[in-house]
Design a protein around this ligand. Sequence first.
Ligand SMILES: [Zn+2]
Length: 458
Amino acid sequence: MYLKYSNYRVGRRRGKVLGKNSAWADGKNTGPLISLGVLLCWAAWAVTGFNHSVAAAPGVPEKEEKAESPNRLPTDITIRSFLLETNRLKINCPQQSYVLRDRTSSREIKRLPAGYACRLSRNQDRWDLTDRQGKNIWPADAPRAGEIEDIEVVPDPNGFIAVGVKKLNTYRGRLRLVSNAPDSFATVNVVDIESYLAGVLGAEMPMHWPRAALRAQCIAARTYALYYRNNNSLKDWDIGSTEESQMYGGLAYETQRSTETVHETSGLVLAWGPAGKEKLFPAYYSAICGGHTQDAEPVFGMSLAPLKGCSCPYCRVVAPPQCYQWPEVTLDKSKAQKLLLKKYPSLARLKRIVDIKIVQKSPFGRLERVKLTGSNGQESCLSGEELRNAWYTPDTAILSSCFELHDTGSAWRIDQGHGWGHGVGLCQYGSRQMARLGRDSVDILEYYYPQAVLLRAY
Ligand SMILES: [Zn+2]
């Protein structure tokens, strides 16, 4: 296990030297020190998909000098975060005027003043733009509403966009409305990655948790986002905004602490691979591993050294007891079937599901593979996570795939349930306890992502 760690000046703008002997790395040299110039040059090449030069010159990058103003974007790397799919949307920019434009031609459709709420909807391949009272405000001289595919909503500099169907949430950056069906469109927030991360961090981890845990979380979230940014570049968005990928709540979740943590770890990512050829990996994380983290292979189908399971004696100490070991759940078989079909309609071919057998289990009690048998004799397999995701509802709080399954005749009884989430990678409550014990963020990342390397992507 090794974790490269360089003594670059991440926090120069506040006059602090973070790194070796800094407040957040406790002075331990956990691996070879790499010169910043080499590191930056490497990062430009290895962390593919960045269309700007991150390695303009060795030394502290110019970007850090520019980051003096909190409103200035620290990087031109953006994340496209999917917010929702809908056929109508309320939009407002409370503080600045904003522009709606045709994404393809960049032609302006309409400029609206600060505080002016508009409504955009899409019906039969045609956009409609109305005011609060429902009056059509699509200008006669604008590109025709039926000929526009995607719309961008761009506030004037430093403006925020409030958007939603009923309740409005506020975001930095701009919006992209992607028409992927005649009567609906996807709403995507295009935002610089550091602002994005401030909105992730506040949604993923309580801000009163120790700094080391917050920093480890932030680096994992940055790695995760950049991995998907690189892998989804041909798609309409990079990443979702719910717990299915990573939570992102926009401006409402930004706090001074989340913003500080993002700045303190600016550009830092985890990577893995042969020395000099390390690549980003999806740095998964979950709330409570339940005593042992899970291999990524049975959950996500990828076998990587940093995503191998490891024992975690930490989360038990600080996790809410009812989440660390959650109560027994009894699931009526007809409801169990209904939930499975809702999530996986192809299971209808089994007719009535008469048996569910655990085929593969991790040594630490997580269901890795289950076999479903239908009343017509047909069989189908699901991963433990797929089963858990199908059965999870607010009433049936099956928090993880770590449980025992019993057939009671009319129902499935689920007991011995441990942990919360898929259990792969960093254990959030575990990292909280490690931080409380005085371990720094590098220790935490090294523990949960063995053989990973900490590098600067920008
Ligand atoms: Zn844990």
